[in-house]
Design a protein around this ligand. Structure first.
Ligand code: B3K
Ligand code: ZN
Length: 873
């Protein structure tokens, strides 16, 4: 393998010398190799030089012809990464044949094997491992693809677009020919060949096109595809009603595989999915899994317009398609499930993980300026913060204005490869507003800080909000410029009712912060109001304000913004955990405050509340979320501070937890409806608290839930609690589980994760022995993530064990994995990126592990880039 570690810069963008008019590929699939024959028509870009370098990695070139003439050795050259051609005519046909070895491909990039079938993953730069090509997103061409393979072993042959022909060949072979009329970049190419079963349905688009829909999987899993199919139909319908966008081919195929580096891939007409986001049945999938399937099916489907029809000019513009498509999938889930829960979950994740990324060594802007390995930039910043940036247009313009912007964006750019700026200009022009300052959301990295202050003048009946925005510490540019920040705001009177804020009588307005320091004046405010700011998390910023517990309690009761009501509860809980943590550190007393008990009691017993929101409100902040704003963290002490809070709550409120648990028990058939999901999540959250009592009765309750429930959400919650609390009998449950499910990879991955996250000493030895278990393979990314990833990312206290064993474990496995699958190895090594948050000796131990990786010979560019940046930081 060739390892180049060059930095690529956004400013260096140049169009290619040639464009591609059309592509005709033939794949001859044999068990131990594949021949790829290509016929590509090139046309010079006017004014460009008559030479061309095509990308190609790990290809054996068998033959090369230009306009039907075999090229001599001196008419081209090949190195580790390119095929170079010179003295070319303006128009020409290039024909090549290359040999590749998919069965040896453990990086799962390009054409590879999963079980008994072949499949591809080309984004970002995998196509160059298939054939010589201009493997860049701004080169768009229509593709025709012929696949030839053994008829019995590979009865299903799929590629992009519509099926054109199929037939039998001699020697037990058959072929299929596919044609994709929509010009596309190479990263959207896909091919699948194997023995797969499918479920089929149809959808008639609003334009009257009858689309055949299929979900393919290995035969053993065919009974778990119905929910995915339903989700696909829901996605097609939703995109028509909410965005006015219809599907544009006669076929839509989805293929599920157990061997995949990420969640799924939006290849035109042929999505390839990690089976985790396709297969779901009530006895094997949790509510969360079901909603995840729906969201990812939606996400990939929505890419058909935002990504495929309009794609990215270069990979620095990745957020153009990803941020926008995440926004669209978030809205899809919000419209179909609980909008408030979705928002809470997304923001919780953004604040703990994206804020951390933006404060660490990999901090980059939504539109990065440089990278070594593009696969390292499929980040939370590009995806989740990118989605928040899109959401801010929506907040500023409203649904109608936003959709006007979308319409203009497609009118201008359908069939093109464009930039984040093009999207911003479409939003601005469609609404006749100036969004030039908004560009800073794409160019400045780090999380902006907004400090807020209030003044109230009773005499004048005037209330003033002063905002000061400032640069984050991680900002890497020349000089920070104030950003355009929408602050959704409401004011509440003492009676808990929202005040009218303007002549129209609006009780919520979007204040636009554009200056470093700014004042917003409200007249006719006769008594001091309680302020609800950044409602619904209207901008991805950190807010600094003095807010007392009285106001937090008030907002928890009266704020009519679901998100902010939840946020008030989190702020209060956080405050108590942090006070205890600091008290222990300083050796002083701290008494558990009654107000937190009152708040919990109020939330738990308020019959009028949505159980989903109650469940969220009683979920204490996770350690990762707490750590983001801390320095010198002592993980063990922080964990103990949280446990101290939990034990106080559960001692005082055991009866309440138990009664809410019982009230939310449900009979009847399992369904993934917002109502049912809400009640299960509340009930299971109560069980989580009750298990902290360590009482036999509560453990019994947990066993009963495990044995009697009719759904996997309840079962796995109970099992996890029994295992994590090491309740007598849990070993037997784990053994039975394995026996029941050993042929179901997804179920076994969950079994691995439960064990990887046991928060007790000895867990690492168990993990090491599980790595030798028949069910585990380092070559399978899902297994790696479920065992090694779960331990390092979710078992915080054990990963950060004082003896440094967790860090050594991660480092050793990153190095082993890097030989097999650099993309996954790079994800794993990123778990060291937050090392600066910890106390000095923890930092040192993490750095030692990182340095160990750095000295390894032949690191992939993927791992090298992450480690290098971490060490430079
Ligand atoms: N576009 C793909 C991600 C590709 C990742 C390449 N390392 C899935 C998605 O975001 O929809
Ligand atoms: Zn995507």
């Amino acid at each position: 393998m060739t390892i180049t570690k060059t930095t690529h810069y956004r400013k260096d963008y140049q169009q290619p010398n040639y464009w591609i008019e059309n592509v005709d590929l033939a794949f001859l699939i044999a068990p131990d190799h594949t021949l790829v024959k290509s016929r590509i028509n090139f046309k010079i870009r006017s004014g460009a030089d008559n030479k061309l370098s095509l990308n190609g990695i790990d290809l054996e070139l068998n033959s090369i012809k230009l306009n039907d003439k075999v090229l001599n050795n001196d008419e081209y050259s090949v190195d580790d990464t390119h095929l170079h051609l010179f003295d070319l005519p303006d128009n020409f046909l290039l024909q090549t044949e290359v040999k590749i070895y998919p069965h040896k491909n453990t990086a799962l990039e390009g054409l590879y094997q999963s079980g008994a079938f072949f499949l591809t993953q080309c984004e970002a730069e995998g196509f160059r491992k298939i054939t010589y090509y201009l493997d860049r997103p701004d080169v768009l061409a229509p593709f025709t693809v012929t696949i030839v393979a053994d008829r019995n072993k590979y009865p299903v042959l799929l590629s992009n677009g519509n099926a054109l022909l199929e037939g039998q060949l001699s020697g037990g072979k058959h072929y299929a020919k596919w044609q994709d009329p929509h010009p596309k970049p190479s990263y959207l190419f896909a091919l699948v060949a194997g023995d797969l079963a499918f479920v089929e349905d149809h959808y008639r688009t609003m334009e009257g096109r009858d689309v055949q829909l299929r979900v393919y999987t290995e035969a053993a899993n065919i009974d778990a595809c119905d929910f995915a199919m339903k989700s696909l139909i829901n996605s097609m319908q939703w995109d028509e009603t909410r965005f006015g966008l219809a599907y544009d081919l006669d076929q839509y195929n989805i293929v599920a595989t157990d061997d995949f580096n990420m969640g799924a891939m939006e290849n035109k007409g042929l999505n390839i999915f990690n089976s985790k986001y396709v297969l779901a049945k009530s006895d094997t999938a949790t509510d969360h899994d079901f909603i995840g399937v729906e969201a990812v099916i939606g996400h990939e489907y929505f890419h058909n317009w935002t990504g495929n029809r309009v794609t990215c000019k270069d990979w620095f513009q990745l957020s153009l398609k990803e941020g926008l498509t995440v926004f669209r999938d978030q809205e899809f889930t919000s419209d179909l499930q609980s909008r408030a829960v979705k928002r809470i979950e997304d923001v919780r994740y953004l604040r703990s993980a994206q804020f951390a990324e933006d404060a660490g060594p990999m901090s980059h802007s939504v539109r990065p300026d440089s990278f070594i390995e593009i696969n390292n930039f499929y980040t939370l910043t590009v995806y989740e913060k990118g989605s928040e940036v899109v959401r801010m247009y929506h907040t500023l313009l409203g649904e109608v204005g936003f959709q006007k912007g979308m319409k203009l964006y497609f009118e201008r750019h359908d069939g093109m490869a464009v930039s984040c700026n093009d999207f911003r200009l479409a939003m601005a022009d469609a609404n006749n507003i100036d969004l030039s300052q908004f560009e800073l959301w794409y160019s400045q990295n780090g999380t902006p800080v907004v400090a807020v202050d209030y003044q109230f003048d009773e005499q004048k009946a005037q209330f003033i909000i002063t905002t000061k925005q400032s640069a984050p510490a991680s900002f890497q540019g020349e000089s920070w410029q104030p950003m355009h920040i929408p602050m959704k705001t409401a004011l509440f009177g003492k009676d808990g009712l929202p005040l009218s804020l303007n002549k129209r009588g609006d009780t919520q307005i979007v204040l636009e912060i554009t200056e470093a320091t700014q004042q917003f004046v409200f007249d006719n405010i006769s008594t001091l109001p309680v302020v609800s700011l950044f409602r619904g998390f209207s901008a991805p910023v950190k807010v600094k304000q003095e807010i007392d517990t009285k106001d937090l309690s008030f907002l928890m009761k009266f704020d009519n913004d679901d998100f902010n009501r939840w946020d008030a509860s989190q702020l209060m809980q956080r405050e108590v955990i942090m006070s205890r943590y600091q008290a222990v550190q300083n050796g002083v007393e701290y008494t558990f405050p009654d107000y937190l008990l009152d708040a919990f009691r109020h939330v738990l017993l308020d019959d009028g509340s949505d159980p989903a929101l109650v469940a969220e409100a009683i979920t204490l902040p996770a350690l990762k979320g707490l750590m983001v704003d801390m320095e010198g963290v002592d993980v063990a002490q922080l964990h103990q501070a949280k446990e101290w809070v939990v034990s106080h709550l559960v001692n005082a409120l055991q009866l309440e937890f138990l009664s809410v648990y019982n009230q939310n028990f449900q009979d009847g058939p399992y369904q993934v409806t917002p109502e049912q999901v809400a009640r299960r999540s509340l009930k299971n959250r109560c069980l989580w608290f009750l298990m902290h009592t360590d009482q036999k009765e509560m453990q019994q309750l947990c066993f009963e839930q495990y044995h009697q429930s009719n759904n996997y959400t309840d079962k796995i919650t109970a099992l996890t609690l029994l295992v994590h609390h090491q309740v007598d009998g849990h070993e037997q449950l784990l053994a039975d589980y394995y026996d029941n499910w050993k042929y179901n990879a997804l179920m076994i991955n969950k079994w691995l994760s439960i064990q990887a996250t046991v928060p007790h000493d000895g867990v690492l030895e168990n993990i090491e022995s599980l790595m030798n278990h028949e069910c585990f393979s380092m070559k399978n990314p899902n297994a790696v993530r479920s065992l090694i990833g779960a331990f390092c990312a979710a078992n915080i206290t054990q990963f950060h064990a004082e003896d440094g064993s967790g860090y050594q474990f991660l480092a050793d496995n990153v190095m082993a994995l890097d030989e097999l699958n650099p993309q996954v190895a790079a994800r794993m090594v990123s778990l060291f990126n937050d090392y600066k948050q910890f106390k000095p000796d923890t930092q040192m131990a993490m750095l030692t592990a990182l340095k160990g990786i750095h000295t390894k010979a032949n690191l992939s560019a993927n791992v090298y880039e992450i480690v290098e940046k971490a060490l430079k930081n």
